[in-house]
Write a protein that binds this ligand. Structure first.
Ligand SMILES: [Zn+2]
Length: 187
């Protein structure tokens, strides 16, 4: 999360960076929505105008899938931890609760009217109401790529570390100016 807090009186300055365009917006006591940002279920932050348009039905299916996946992740997280005797009962109850919600969501279909509201309610409960599903996010759908994603991919594909790249640049260009000139040229 790209928030920076200041210490001027009771106000705080928030700043967010769009991972698609690199544009940053900041404001006093501003939420990301105030500044025009949305976040996807995988944590990508971008300006609302980059949200991919999808049909109501696709949105419904995407929310349902994201919710079911999240329930499974939450259940798994509870199983993976070790608990004291007292906590054990709590865990069992909580797992039962998650499973119940899972089976409710599983049975909701597009066009089910009021039940769709229930799905929305669960979705906003589990995710932030601003979080959009994967198929509305240009970074999840790879219609855009952020530099960080590209760099990590480049390193893995070429079996390199960040230090390897630094060394390559140092050996080839010696100075930043040489590198900048190369980048600006048509070579
Ligand atoms: Zn995303």
């Amino acid at each position: 999360m790209k928030i920076r807090n200041g210490f001027v009186s009771n106000s705080s300055s928030s700043s967010f960076i769009c991972e698609v365009s690199g544009v940053s917006e900041s404001g006093w006591d501003a939420s990301r929505r105030d500044l025009g940002f949305v976040v996807c279920v995988n944590g990508h932050t971008f300006l609302e105008k980059y949200t991919i348009d999808i049909s109501d039905r696709e949105l419904f299916e995407a929310k349902k899938a994201a919710l079911l996946k999240k329930f499974l992740i939450n259940e798994k997280a509870l199983e993976d931890k070790s608990y004291t005797e007292e906590m054990h009962k709590w865990r069992e109850n909580y797992i039962a609760h998650i499973r119940e919600k899972y089976s409710i969501v599983e049975q909701i279909h597009y066009g089910d009217g009021d039940f769709e509201d229930t799905l929305d309610e669960y979705y906003n409960d589990v995710f932030d109401e601003l979080e959009v599903p994967e198929n509305q996010c240009p970074l999840c759908m790879f219609t855009e790529v952020n530099p960080e994603t590209f760099f990590k991919f480049y390193l893995k594909e070429n079996n390199l570390t960040k230090s390897d790249v630094a060394l390559m640049l140092k050996e080839r260009f010696k100075t930043w100016e040489n590198f900048r000139n190369y980048m600006a040229s048509n070579e």
